[in-house]
Ligand binder design. Structure first.
Ligand code: C2E
Ligand code: MG
Ligand code: MG
Ligand code: MG
Length: 286
């Protein structure tokens, strides 16, 4: 028996694997500490309509790591999901987002903005999720109509009835839903028809080369047509060039997000984007 497990046993003492496990354990303990010390902040990236007017924002979490600086979600969300810490982290994010939403709603210049919050499948699945959303909205005095939850196709693989039930309850209160990274997951069109969605979000991977890659253009066009035929809004993410926006617009896409309109930034920098530009002085060149 000992012999048959020999190969596996060897791998456990593989030094590079050992180093990886050590790094992972360190990150996990840092993550637990970060949750206790409140080291997470939200950045906000604008979402615009066809005229380029800011109509909302997506909240994107960052970790202010004491030694490593500002960490992007890719560096810690996957581990948070594996360890289940995403439930606690997701709660912090949702509460912070609702506080920001309430602040926007209290000021005329930002009152109509929607705020999109990413929700992991595991967080959405948690039995307390509905209560958390209602509580986060109520405690901060945020109107639920401003809140949009971004789900990925991974919420569909588990328990579709549970997903639909929860979405319906939230929608009754005015919360909206967007299907993130659309086209990269496993959603079947049969599910798509049954989900009470408001919006499809075209994944950045189809937008990036849309001007040069005919297949990406066809996929984007199909997603837009699908969304529109289902009565859903469609937003494209990762728009970096005016030509990409123009092309998507001719295909019928109505919303856009990407570096072209603004990078994710802290709340005050985001708010500065919305200030009416001071009338420019007459140019010397005429
Ligand atoms: P996502 O939800 O698809 O978010 C969009 C990502 O694309 C963000 O990366 C954003 O900074 C980036 N992005 C936006 N515009 C452009 C562009 O024009 N060009 C390029 N190259 N990239 C652009 P970020 O902030 O690193 O987030 C990565 C992913 O981490 C998110 O993808 C989302 O899946 C996850 N995430 C972020 N915040 C949260 C959160 O609060 N909760 C959960 N569960 N996941 C989150
Ligand atoms: Mg998202
Ligand atoms: Mg996305
Ligand atoms: Mg994406």
């Amino acid at each position: 028996h000992a012999k048959s497990s020999g190969r596996n046993a060897l791998r456990i003492f593989d030094p590079s694997l050992q180093a990886e496990l050590t790094a992972r354990a360190a990150l996990e303990s840092d993550l637990r500490q970060a949750l206790r010390l409140d080291q997470f902040i939200l950045h906000y990236q604008p979402q615009v309509d066809q005229d380029g007017r800011v109509v909302g924002a997506e909240a994107l979490v960052r970790w202010q790591h004491p030694a490593r600086g500002l960490l992007a979600p890719l560096e810690f969300i996957p581990l948070a999901e594996e360890t289940g810490l995403i439930v606690q982290l997701g709660e912090i994010i949702l509460r912070q987002a609702c506080r920001q939403l309430a602040q926007w709603q209290a000021s005329p210049a930002t009152a109509g903005l929607s705020l999109a919050v990413n929700v992991s499948a595991r967080q959405f699945r948690h039995p307390d999720f509905l209560q958390l959303v209602f509580d986060a909205l109520a405690q901060n005095g945020a109107a639920s109509e401003g809140l949009e939850l971004e789900l990925t196709e991974s919420v569909l693989v588990d328990d579709i009835e549970d997903t639909i039930g929860k979405m319906r309850r939230l929608k009754q209160e005015g919360v909206r839903f967007s299907l993130d990274d659309f086209g990269t997951g496993y959603s079947s069109l049969a599910y798509l028809k049954r989900l009470p969605l408001d919006q499809l979000k075209i994944d950045r991977s189809f937008v990036r080369d849309i001007l040069d890659d005919g297949n990406d253009a066809i996929i984007a066009r199909s997603i837009i047509a699908l969304g529109r035929n289902l009565g859903l809004a469609v937003i494209a993410e990762g728009v970096e060039a005016p030509e990409q926006k123009a092309f998507l617009e001719t295909m019928g896409c109505g919303r856009f997000q990407g570096y072209l309109f603004g990078r994710p930034a802290p709340a005050d920098a985001f708010a500065a984007l919305l200030q009416p530009k001071p009338a420019s002085a007459p140019s010397a060149i005429g």
